[in-house]
Design a protein around this ligand. Structure first.
Ligand SMILES: [Fe+2]
Length: 341
């Protein structure tokens, strides 16, 4: 059994898509509020680490510098672990990303062929994987990087460290994905490698939704986007014997966010009404509302309603139908998950 020297707490987010005032003044004020609340939460909760699973920005180096400035003070008291995402390289090179963010990080082992690195924090080894800088359509880890990962895992094993795998794209595909290559990491042998070293915990981003799944003995949590939907953020607690992951709402009190949420709901309703009659669209909206704001019983009740069944019949075969069935039937959007280490 791996030993953790003290109760350990990390705040986890992904897909900030941070925009500074250089790009869009109004949007920048919203982004600053979200970022400030994430940083403030880390301080309030005395978090040991803040983990960010990629797409910190939309690839503008000015935005990156602005965000790095905001994270700078936090990094003095809290371990910062960042992995890049596909959007970070839209208009920015690997070298720029590295020069802006890496001075904020603790890097114990570095992969020479990508921006992947390992960060050891107490008895935990974060494997911060760069699966995006290759600029392939989805995630990708080269043979060299997988070999480096193997060396890191050997090190973790020898030193009794608990490995935690962080990436932007996911390890596992889901049935609702029309094209899994857009969401999943292409890397020969990586799952069997993680299994061989008993890696139990993995976190990713990119999908903007909250998912928790347990496959091949690995619990992989997809971390939600904080700036839309229900503005959720992940929380990880690690004790001697288990890890506990859950999500919570960010405290965003300003009226503009209420307005933003109302607009999102209206857009969703409007889109649904182009696909189906109003009572059926309302049934799907009720399901979304249960997903966003309540628990699994309410999601079940909304899913089982007669109108919902008719709505799913109307959109049969579409990604939306597959997504709703996947979430409702496979129940991979729980509120929390525990994993034995
Ligand atoms: Fe992404």
């Amino acid at each position: 059994m791996k030993q953790i020297t003290k109760p350990y707490h990390a705040v986890i987010t992904a897909d900030l898509h941070y925009t500074s005032a250089f790009q869009n003044e109004k949007h920048a004020a919203d982004m600053d509020e979200v970022t400030a609340e994430i940083i403030s939460r880390c301080s309030r909760e005395n978090a040991d680490a803040l983990l960010i699973c990629g797409d910190l920005t939309n690839g503008n180096s000015k935005d990156m510098r602005h965000l790095a400035c905001q994270l700078h003070h936090l990094a003095e008291s809290c371990t910062l672990v960042i992995v890049p995402g596909n959007h970070d390289f839209q208009r920015c090179s690997k070298e720029e990303f590295e020069s802006i963010f890496f001075p904020l990080l603790r890097i114990d082992l570095k992969d020479e062929s990508s921006l992947s690195y390992a960060c050891i924090d107490g008895n935990i080894m974060y494997l911060a994987m760069d699966d995006s800088s290759s600029r392939k359509t989805g995630g990708y880890l080269s043979e060299e990087t997988v070999r480096w990962l193997d060396e890191c895992l050997q090190y973790a094993d020898c030193h009794h460290l608990t490995p935690v795998f962080l990436s932007h794209h996911s390890l596992f595909a889901d049935p609702w994905m029309m094209d899994p290559s857009l969401y999943v990491i292409e890397a020969d042998g990586v799952i069997s490698l993680l299994q061989r070293y008993n890696v139990r915990l993995a976190f990713s981003g990119h999908q903007h939704v909250s998912l928790m799944r347990n496959r091949c003995g690995i619990t992989e949590c997809v971390v939600p986007i904080p700036s839309s939907g229900t503005h959720r953020i992940g929380s990880l607690e690690i004790s001697d014997t288990e890890a506990f992951y859950t999500t919570a709402s960010l405290n965003l009190l300003s009226a503009k966010w209420t307005e933003h949420d109302r607009y999102t709901l209206e857009q969703r309703r409007k889109n649904l009404k182009t696909l189906m009659d109003e009572p059926l669209a309302e049934a799907v909206c009720r399901w979304y509302s249960a997903l966003d704001h309540t628990g699994t019983d309410e999601i079940d009740a909304a899913y089982q309603s007669e109108e919902m069944k008719q709505a799913l019949h109307v959109i049969a075969g579409s990604p939306l139908e597959k997504w709703i069935r996947f979430v409702s039937e496979e129940k991979q959007c729980p509120e929390e998950i525990r994993t034995l280490l």
